[in-house]
Design a protein around this ligand. Structure first.
Ligand SMILES: N[C@@H](CCC(=O)N[C@@H](CS)C(=O)NCC(=O)O)C(=O)O
Length: 208
C-alpha cells in the first residue's frame, strides 16, 4: 500500500496519475498547504523542504519526497514507464520538467493567474518564458511521439499536469499542434482522467 501525502496541484497530480497508470493500491492523505500543514514537524520529517508530494511505501518501509524521485521510484518498482534502456533520455526530460517547466509555469501562475496587476515585470517575464516552453515542447513533439521517444514515460507523466493548466496560461495551446496532439492523446486515457481527479470531486481535464 502506498500512501500519497499531497494536495491537488500539478505536482500532486503527477503522482496520482502514475499510481493509477501502474495500478498500485494507494490512499491519499491531504496536507492543507493553505493552513501551513506542510510545516508540521511530523510532515517535515518526511519532507525536509516542507513540500508535497510525498509517498510512504508501507510495504517497503520507505518514504520519498520530490515528485521526480517518486516517479523514478514507482517506475523502477512497477517496471513501467521507465524502461531501463531509455533511462538517460527519460531522465533528461524528467529533470527538464523538474528544474524548468514546472518552476517557470508555476511562477507564471503566481503572476498571471493569482496576482495579476501586482508586477508588470513578473507578469511579462514569466509569460514570455512560458511561451518559450510551449514552443520548445512543441518542437520536441514535432519529431518525437512522446517527450523521451516513442514510449509514454514518467517524463510525460511529470509534464502533463502542468500543461493541463493551459487555460490559466493564456498562451493558446490550440496553436501548438504537436503539443496539442500529445496533450489530447494523454488526456483521453482513463487512468489519467482518474489520477487527474485526485480528490475525486469529478474534476475533468481541461479540453483544448
Ligand atoms: N520540486 C518539488 C516541488 C513541490 C512543490 O512545489 N510543492 C508545493 C505545492 S505544488 C508545496 O508543497 N508548497 C508548499 C510550500 O512551499 O510551503 C516537487 O516536484 O516535488
Amino acid at each position: 500500500m502506498i500512501e500519497l501525502l499531497t494536495v491537488d496541484t500539478p505536482n500532486g497530480k503527477k503522482i496520482s496519475i502514475m499510481l493509477e497508470k501502474i495500478k498500485f493500491k494507494y490512499k491519499i492523505t491531504k496536507i492543507n498547504i493553505n493552513k501551513d500543514e506542510q510545516f508540521n514537524p511530523e510532515f517535515k520529517k518526511l519532507s525536509p523542504f516542507s513540500k508535497i508530494p510525498v509517498i510512504i511505501d508501507h510495504d517497503a518501509n520507505i518514504n520519498i519526497f520530490e515528485s521526480g524521485a517518486i516517479l523514478i521510484y514507482l517506475g523502477e518498482k512497477s517496471e513501467k514507464f521507465y524502461n531501463k534502456d531509455q533511462r538517460m533520455i527519460i531522465n533528461q526530460w524528467l529533470m527538464g520538467q523538474m528544474a524548468y517547466v514546472g518552476p517557470m509555469l508555476g511562477q507564471h501562475h503566481q503572476f498571471h493567474h493569482y496576482n495579476p496587476g501586482k508586477s508588470e515585470f513578473g507578469e511579462n517575464r514569466y509569460f514570455k518564458i512560458s511561451e518559450r516552453i510551449y514552443k520548445e515542447l512543441d518542437e520536441r513533439l514535432s519529431v518525437s511521439k512522446f517527450l523521451a521517444g516513442n514510449d509514454y514515460t514518467i517524463a510525460d507523466i511529470a509534464t502533463f499536469p502542468w500543461i493541463a493548466r493551459h487555460e490559466w496560461h493564456d498562451i493558446g495551446l490550440k496553436n501548438y499542434v504537436n503539443l496539442k496532439r500529445w496533450y489530447k492523446k494523454i488526456s483521453s486515457r482513463q487512468a489519467v482522467k482518474k489520477g487527474y481527479d485526485l480528490l475525486q470531486k469529478g474534476e475533468e481535464i481541461p479540453k483544448v
